[in-house]
Design a protein around this ligand. Structure first.
Ligand code: ME8
Length: 658
């Protein structure tokens, strides 16, 4: 019988820098899905890789004094190491600088051209290198790219255009006729809304003189293809278009991508395919973003975690489990070490690890590690066996790409096994070997079933669980409860060590107090700085603050501000500053944090955190990321307050407190 195929892809990553935890997240999701479909007996092809052309790579290499390929090789090696460390089962790692891929790009370009969909014209537009795309004036926020907050570059050049406008109606019809084409629903609506505006033709090349790094346009050595046109084609070149693999696996079942690149995948890509006469992928599944401390990842702002270090330190399966369980499919989520440790210690060590440990130790103690026979069932046994019948539910969730809910279903069953062991108390059944054997058999059989279910999510652990009960890992055909499992178990081993929470909350080091501004003078040697005298109740101090562009002295004098009192004194342009006042900034607006009704010297705290003692450095303080909401200053969602009031900041939400 010909096996059903399942073709799954991730986005291909820009190797202009090393990978981040967003990349790790996306690969983990795709891997869990790929492994699930393999367990179903399907013929799965799982593709990932790197997107190696375009201005972003070219510019970064230039800035570093490297050739593009030198920069790429270094980072691609790290991306490949990431794939290995996170234990993904990709069938291929495609690189868009491979000759075969470039050939496919040129072939498709010629197809679009033959179809009358390509013309040359001059183009003037605003290009953001970070996004590798043009923006219209209207799409910008205060003249800046809404994603990178940078001014796009004005590009005026002759380029080839793709008649995307020609496909608007066909695309709309496809999206309307195929509710699964764009998932989740909210993203689908977003695209449908944007498609209410007429589609503009797409500039799909760059002159070599402004960007000499890309796939040459066939028949025109002065142009290279637009990086996104090239990149999207990896999904077909990665399965050897137009060869046998392409015939076998295309159309893709799902492209797993992040929410920021939805337009490219759900509008540009389908139009390109329609013009080339190629079927459209079945589903484009957008996931949310991984944030850190509630903020967007940003290397330049130090909001980043090295995924390889993370995997080395915490192990592959705890990290995989965290991302699959903790971040709801399709939504943004937060990474923190505390949450990772908490998840691993509770769900993996306590819930799963303990169950395995108790069952294997008891089997060794009472049956020399041999799996006992099952005999007469009691009601409680039948109830647990019934609980093991989760295949349809888990499979449904996986079909709907709700992987985190699938994880929840599985752990619900593991918890039921723990409840069963607590209720049946097998350690008290030494005298009744028959009953003890039955209870242990049931638990072992449940563990065998569990080993299969958890395998796609935490593959190494799935294999370990199976091995610990003397079995080989099965497939989804084997998740039924049977009475036939036999075997001998090896000596029990601990499945997961518990982690200590190493990361101290950086706020615990900080000491904040209310101070009154009693005098303000201009700094003699700096345009933007004021020198202030403040009253901290029991003492007076001098601060230097960069508030001059935003406030006049009379707007500040007498205000009750918030000061970091235990910051190491520093000289700013020759004048000593003994502490730092807190202000919130957003979109170039600044507000100082205030506690107008509190006395100078009043302690400012956040619920559950004691004020810090001892001096801290500015670097340590910068780890504390405070924001604003509803005109209140907040840390991790909690307000900053004195014993009489909450600290205010007259500014819009999500301002950064510095
Ligand atoms: O966009 N959390 O590459 P990329 C979760 N080369 N996912 C994130 C993320 C975050 N914080 N940041 C990025 C590109 N991603 C193109 C793709 S596909 C033909 C070309 C996701 O390295 C992002 O949404 O910037 C994308 O799906 C993937 O990581 C690669 O991002």
């Amino acid at each position: 019988m010909v096996k059903k195929t399942f073709y799954i892809t991730t986005a291909i990553d820009y190797p202009n820098g090393p990978p981040h935890i967003g990349h790790l997240y996306e690969k983990t999701i795709a891997d869990a899905l790929a492994r699930w479909h393999r367990l179903k007996g399907e013929d799965v092809f799982f593709l990932t890789g790197t997107d190696e052309h375009g201005q972003k790579i070219y510019k970064t290499a230039k800035e570093k004094g490297l050739k593009p390929m030198q920069l790429i090789e270094k980072n691609v090696a790290i991306f490949k190491e990431l794939c290995k460390k996170v234990n993904i089962s990709n069938n291929r790692f495609i690189r868009t600088t491979e000759k075969e891929h470039e050939k496919v790009c040129q072939e498709i370009f010629l197809k679009l051209k033959a179809n009358g969909d390509i013309y040359k014209d001059s183009y003037e537009g605003l290009y953001c290198t970070g996004c590798e795309r043009y923006y219209t004036e209207r799409e910008l926020e205060e003249g800046m790219c809404p994603v990178h907050k940078k001014k796009p570059e004005l590009v005026k050049e002759e380029t080839y255009f793709f008649k995307m406008s020609k496909y608007q109606d066909k695309l709309l019809k496809h999206i309307n006729d195929n509710p699964d084409f764009i998932q989740p629903e909210s993203r689908r609506n977003e695209i449908l809304n944007r498609l209410k505006e007429p589609l503009r033709d797409l500039s799909i090349s760059r002159p070599v003189e402004s960007l000499p790094w890309g796939v040459p346009v066939p028949g025109d050595k002065d142009h290279v293809l637009y990086v996104w046109l090239d990149a999207l084609l990896n999904y077909i070149s990665g399965i050897d278009y137009p060869g046998a693999n392409f015939k076998k696996y295309w159309p893709a079942n799902v492209h797993i991508i992040g929410k920021d690149i939805l337009w490219f995948h759900t509008v540009i890509w389908p139009c390109e395919l329609m013009s080339a006469g190629i079927k459209l992928p079945k589903t484009i599944q957008a996931h949310g973003f991984v944030n850190l401390g509630g903020e967007k990842l940003s290397k330049s702002r130090g909001i980043t975690v090295d995924p390889i270090k993370l995997l080395d330190e915490y192990g592959t399966d705890p990290v995989r489990y965290f991302f699959l369980k903790e971040i709801p499919a399709g939504e943004d989520g937060n990474f923190s070490y505390e949450a990772l440790v908490e998840r691993s210690n509770s769900d993996l060590a306590d819930v799963l690890g303990n169950l395995l440990q108790r069952v294997t130790v008891l089997t060794h103690k009472n049956f020399e590690g041999k799996i006992p026979k099952i005999s007469k069932l009691e009601k409680i046994d039948e109830e647990l066996i019934k609980e093991s019948e989760i295949l349809e539910k888990v499979d449904n969730l996986m079909q709907k790409y709700e992987w985190n809910r699938a994880v929840d279903k599985i752990w619900h069953f593991i918890r039921a096994c723990n409840k069963y062991i607590n209720d049946t108390e097998p350690w008290k059944l030494k005298e009744d070997k028959k009953r003890l054997g039955t209870v242990l058999y049931i638990l072992i059989e449940c563990l065998r079933i569990i080993s299969i279910y958890i395998y796609p999510f935490i593959p190494e652990t799935g294999e370990k669980v199976a091995k610990q009960i003397g079995q080989k890992i099965g497939t989804l055909k084997d998740v039924q409860f049977t009475e036939k499992t036999k075997g001998k178990m090896p000596q029990p081993e601990i499945l997961f060590k518990k982690f200590e929470i190493k990361e101290e909350d950086p706020f615990t080091k900080v000491n904040l107090k209310v101070a009154e501004i009693i005098d303000i003078q201009d700094h003699p040697d700096a345009d933007k700085l004021y020198v202030m005298q403040i009253n901290l109740g029991k003492e007076k101090r001098q601060l230097v603050a960069g508030l001059k562009p935003y406030f006049k002295p009379e707007e500040l004098k007498g205000k009750h501000i918030i000061v970091v009192t235990n910051l190491k004194p520093a000289k700013l342009k020759g004048i000593e500053s003994n502490g730092m006042l807190l202000a919130a900034e957003r979109k170039k607006k600044v507000a100082i944090l205030q506690a107008p009704n509190s006395k100078p010297g009043a302690q400012v705290t956040v619920e559950g955190i004691e004020p810090g003692e001892g001096q801290i450095t500015i670097k340590e303080f910068q780890l504390v990321q405070m924001t604003t909401k509803d005109k209140k200053a907040r840390y991790k969602g909690k307000t900053l307050k004195t014993d009489s009031e909450e600290v205010i900041a007259e500014i819009e939400d999500n301002a950064k407190v510095l």
